[in-house]
Structures are given as C-alpha cells and as structure tokens.
Design a protein around this ligand. Structure first.
Ligand SMILES: [Zn+2]
Length: 378
C-alpha cells in the first residue's frame, strides 16, 4: 500500500535569503488573511469563488506569483468552510508549495523555491534518514516553515510503499499509564519515574509562574505569560522525543518477534479513576494519543499490525485466569489463581490476550474456564 509521509528537511539559508523568505512568509500570511476576510464578508468559502473574488487583488497587493496566490487561496478555503476556524488569523510561519513553484533535486541536495522577486536555490541539510527516504523521489508538494530560533525547514511530502502487513500469531499488549508511560506484555517498561518527576517539576514551575502571572505588576504578568508559553512548548517537545523513542522500540520488538501490537481504545482515559488527583494533573492525554499515533505510522512502514481493544476490563482482569482481581496502586493480585504482578504488566498482558482473541477470531480465549468466572468483553 502506498502512503504519503512528511519528511522534515532543514534548509541552509544565508541571511540575505532569510530576509527574502521572511518577506514572502509575511506576504503569504497577509494574502491568506485578505482572502479570509473577503470570504467571511461575502459568505463564500469555495476555492472557485475565492479565486474569482480575490486572485487579482492578492497578486497586486502582496506581490505574490500566480501559483503562490493559488496556494494561498487553497489554504484559506477549508478554513472558511469550518465554523471553528473561519475567523482564525494566519501567521507568517509557513507557505505551501506545489510542483509548479518548487523543485527538489535529490542528487545535488538542493531545492528551488519560488519567493517574492523570483526563484532561489537553497541547499538542504540532510541526514542519512532523509537521504534514504528521498532517494529516487520527485516530490510534488512541500511546506516551507519557519521554526524557532529563525531556522527554516521544508516539510516534503514523499510517497512510500509500505510493506504488506505481516501475519501475526501472537500479540504485544501495551498499557499506557502515568508512572510508566508504557508497559508492554513482554515486560518492558518505558520512562518511569523520571518522566513523572519531570512533569511534577514542570507543574510546580508552572504553578509558581501562574501565581505570579495572576498577581504581579503588569510587567511581571506579561513576562510570566510569555515564559509559560515557552515552557509548554518545551514540555511538548520533550514528550515528543520520548514518544518517538518508545514507539520505535515497540515496533522494532513487534516486528522482530512477529507480533501484532495491541492498545486500549483511549476514549475517556481522563475519566478513569485509575489515577490519583495528583497524577491526573500531570496527565496529558494528548501524550498517549501521540504515542499511539507514532506507533501506528511506524508500524505501517514496518508492516506490523496494530489493533485496539476495549479498555473497560483490562486493568482489573487477571491476565492468567481472566477473573476480576484486585488492583492496589502498582500491585495486582488475583484471589482466584493467586497470580501477583505489577499492575501495569498485568494490564498489558490482559490487553495482549484480548488482542489475541481478536486476531485469531477465537473469543473463547476470553471466557474463563471455571464455572464461577464470568465472560469478559474484549
Ligand atoms: Zn487469576
């Protein structure tokens, strides 16, 4: 199956070109805002109508080339169609490119981009990862982005042929939690107390700053709000790096051992009472969603199957005998068969077992053999 993947490539930008890129970013954003205003005023959101109404104006006012003007309109159209984003403003941080206005030359590792006042050719700072994925490609769309510290990136869309999904006759269950962000049924635990401590530390810093931001002088309040914003970005990036690393390891393990990866469906994870109040504050469910997403796309490239099972019983069910056991903080114990283990590990094994029932289509795997045991949904 063919998939489209985004490859982020750093650009080598000499200062004079940086000024030109910035001017183009600014013009592109202003053009987008102009089109958005026009669309809202005239209650139009189809690309065709926006083009008819704005194309000439945005070319003249903002000095955009024909195709950049087309890209600006194309970017605004879906935003106007959505009531939530209809009135959002565009910032000068990115520009969309299509095959007519950018050309990436893989052999010389350069890209030609259309800017205000003509084209310019820039070198790409590629690593082996990007080189490998760009080989033999002739990408037709990309996004130029300005990142932090005035760094410029080109997010290039490349086509990738994903290998067929390998047959799995066993599963790797993954439990997501606070103290250990992930625990798998093979016994690996990822990012334990370190991350929890880090988050707690961050939460404390945030709380202190927030207090200042609420009560300080006007100057202090402003400075605190700025710092808070910066911190939230740092935390997100920290978590993202961790999630990339964990997902890489999970997928590599599953591939090596011919396993399918099984997660719980995440819906409503915040409402579950597995977490103490203290921990819940530190919990950002987006981190779990992100981890699942990373696993899913890495698994797809590796031909590893991923499935999701109902989370209702996993943390309470004994992975050995499927009876409902007792979970006390980190300990799980089963009164029926006497099994005792780390609660996250037991949950991961239950998840693996439910997933196994799904891939084998053998739902009898979920029934307890003893007359006193009830059936557990999977
Ligand atoms: Zn048991």
């Amino acid at each position: 199956m063919e998939t489209i993947r985004t490859l982020s490539c750093k650009l080598v930008v000499p200062p004079p070109v940086a000024a030109r890129i910035d001017a183009t970013l600014e013009a592109f954003a202003q053009a987008c805002n102009f089109v958005a205003d026009w669309g809202n005023e005239h209650k139009k959101h189809r690309q065709y109508d926006l083009h008819k109404g704005c194309y000439r104006d945005i070319r003249e006012r903002f000095g955009l080339s024909a195709n950049l003007a087309v890209r600006a309109i194309a970017r605004v159209a879906p935003r106007l169609a959505n009531a939530k984003t209809r009135h959002s403003r565009f910032k000068p941080t990115s520009i969309d490119y299509d095959a007519r206005i950018f050309k990436l030359d893989v052999s010389s590792e350069t890209v030609s981009l259309r800017l205000i006042e003509g084209r310019c050719i820039l070198a790409l700072a590629l690593g082996d990862f990007q080189r490998e994925r760009l080989a033999g490609q002739s990408p037709t769309s990309a996004t130029l982005k300005k990142g932090r510290k005035n760094r410029y990136y080109l997010d290039v869309q490349v086509k990738e042929e994903a290998p067929p999904t390998q047959d799995a006759d066993d599963t790797l269950g993954v439990d997501l939690g606070i103290r250990h962000i992930a625990t798998d049924s093979a016994g690996h635990q990822f990012q334990g107390q370190d991350l929890a401590d880090y988050r707690q530390h961050r939460a404390n810093v945030r709380a202190r700053l927030q207090a200042k931001a609420d009560t300080g002088s006007k100057q202090t309040r402003k400075a605190c709000r700025r710092t808070l914003k910066r911190l939230s970005g740092r935390e997100r990036r920290h978590q993202k790096r961790i999630n990339h690393e964990i997902s890489k390891q999970l997928v590599a393990y599953a591939k090596k051992h011919g396993l399918a990866i099984v997660f719980e469906v995440l819906k409503g994870i915040r409402d579950r009472c597995r977490f103490h109040k203290e921990q819940r504050r530190a919990l950002h469910s987006w981190a779990f969603y992100q981890l699942q997403q990373f696993v899913e796309y890495k698994a797809e490239s590796a031909g590893v199957r991923v499935l999701h099972v109902d989370p209702r019983y996993t943390s309470k069910t004994c992975a050995d005998c499927l009876h409902v056991g007792v979970r006390r903080q980190d300990d799980f114990s089963c009164k029926n068969c006497g099994q005792r283990s780390h609660a996250d590990f037991n949950a991961a094994r239950s998840i693996a077992r439910f997933g196994l029932a799904v891939i084998r289509g053998e739902y009898s795997l979920l029934s307890c053999a003893l007359p006193s045991g009830g059936r557990v949904g999977g």
